[in-house]
Design a protein around this ligand. Structure first.
Ligand code: HEC
Ligand code: HEC
Length: 398
């Protein structure tokens, strides 16, 4: 019932918003804030965005399928700074095994490397990192602002930036890893996650729903909890799988709602562009930062004008690189030493930095760049203090 009123309310709100803003052009000119929808959504898209945000915020409990092991009770619990869809000051934990011959393997090949820190309070259902795990990795959340635009960048664009054998001899050898799109079975370029482990928002939401919250769904139908043998898992997991089912009032699953919310989230608004910011931007290009943090990519043709040949100023090539910060975990198409170039848009609201949150500020993050980013870091070290501060002011305008 609450859902029904919600649907009616969102339709009215959507229509109200369109009437309030007047023409689509007027809407397009207004710069959205963090957490706003993309300007120019249709009434139906706006309704889907709000339904999605509802589900993204919803705190789940064991009766709804939470657990047996989980890391948080809602998506927003880990994605809320500086607005819903952002980050949170926390990290998740992954673990694996480095064999004596130097090769990496998952503790249990069927279960990947993620661990959950909580469990529902019955039947001893906690997931525990086994004693033989000798690689431990922490991962910070990634903000979702503008994620729909990132999804709309064609595979070929990302592939055209790759140079795995460093044929141009600039010391940089980015890779575009292929992953299987679970929905279609097709090979796609992975682009979401610190390891580019997944290609679509539908899959990432479904993966997070199962892995971070223990809510099984059509794409990830089996619980994933370390240490629990099947009989024990049965005692811990009382709700039949998949736990994410169609909502009768809307005809949509939770994972459909997450997808809509993320797809229609506006990109982060750019900060003020002062003279120092413009000077810093020139330095960013000239010392080689822009070789990986590519200022903008473009989406392909789309029947939806929101995603049709749109410029996406994300400051990333979406490729995997070894800059010496690797977390030691092999995941999907990524090697233990590789991390995907993070987008820098919205950087001013993101601290701490790097995949594991180990850098307190931008200077620390830049000073950790080595290997493929050795030349760029040296360029930064050699800047006069005035130029260095322009570069940092530029980064803080993103
Ligand atoms: C316990 C904290 C936690 C919860 C709960 C959580 N996330 Fe995340 N999220 C993360 C972390 C950490 C990452 C980075 C993971 C990685 O790459 O290893 C991430 C990354 C993502 C990404 C990748 C974004 C990109 O641009 O690469 C998406 C999409 C995402 N989360 C969506 C969701 C959705 C949808 C939910 C709810 C179903 C959710 N998350 C719940 C912590 C969380
Ligand atoms: C060879 C590719 C490459 C080059 C060149 C490069 N970076 Fe990066 N950058 C990365 C990767 C990969 C990461 C993520 C590393 C990690 O999280 O462990 C990163 C992370 C960052 C971060 C932290 C972002 C976050 O969300 O945590 C900042 C800030 C940054 N780079 C700025 C720069 C600047 C400034 C330069 C030029 C001096 C530069 N980078 C050059 C690939 C590169």
């Amino acid at each position: 019932m609450i859902r029904f009123f919600r649907v009616v309310a969102t339709v009215c709100l959507g229509m109200g918003l369109i009437m309030f803003l007047g023409s689509p052009q007027a809407e397009a000119q207004r710069q959205p804030s963090f957490g706003d929808p993309l300007p120019g959504l249709s009434a139906t898209e706006f309704e889907e965005f709000l339904l999605g945000r509802d589900d993204f915020l919803e705190v789940e409990n064991a009766e709804e399928g939470l657990g047996p092991a989980y890391n948080n009770t809602s998506c927003a619990g880990c994605h809320n700074v500086p607005a819903i869809g952002g980050i949170a000051p926390m990290t998740t934990t992954r673990a694996g095994i480095l064999d004596s011959d130097g090769s990496y393997r998952d503790i249990d090949p069927k279960r990947g490397s993620l661990f959950q820190i909580f469990s529902i309070p019955t039947h001893n259902c906690q997931s525990v990192i086994p004693a033989d795990a000798n690689v431990i990795s922490r991962r910070a959340p990634i903000p979702l602002f503008g994620a729909g635009l990132v999804e709309a960048i064609p595979d070929e664009t990302i592939q055209s930036l790759a140079d795995p054998y460093d044929l141009d001899r600039d010391g940089i050898s980015g890779r575009a890893p292929m992953v299987v799109d679970l929905l279609t079975g097709n090979a796609r370029v992975g682009r979401f996650g610190w390891k580019s482990q997944l290609a679509t928002l539908l899959e990432f939401g479904a993966d997070a729903y199962r892995n971070e919250m223990g809510i099984t769904n059509d794409l990830f139908p089996a619980e994933l909890t370390f240490r629990l043998m099947p009989e024990q898992l049965q005692r811990c997991d009382l709700i039949p799988d998949p736990e994410d089912v169609l909502e009768p009032a809307t005809g949509r699953r939770g994972i459909d709602n997450f997808e809509s919310f993320m797809k229609f989230l506006a990109p982060p608004p750019r900060g003020k562009i002062t003279e120092a910011v413009s000077n810093g931007r020139v330095l960013f290009d000239s010392i080689g930062c822009a070789k990986c943090h590519v200022p903008s990519l473009t989406t392909s043709a789309s029947s939806n004008p929101l995603f049709d040949y749109q410029r996406v100023p994300l400051f990333s090539d979406l490729l995997l690189h070894d800059i010496g910060t690797g977390d030691g975990i092999r995941q999907a198409g990524a090697e233990p030493e590789e991390i995907r170039t993070p987008a820098l848009w919205g950087l001013r609201h993101r601290r701490p930095l790097l995949h594991n949150g180990s850098a307190a500020n931008t200077t620390e993050a830049i000073m950790r760049h080595g290997q493929e980013a050795e030349i760029a870091r040296q360029g930064f070290e050699q800047l006069s203090s005035e130029r260095r501060s322009s570069l940092l002011i530029f980064l803080d305008s993103l």
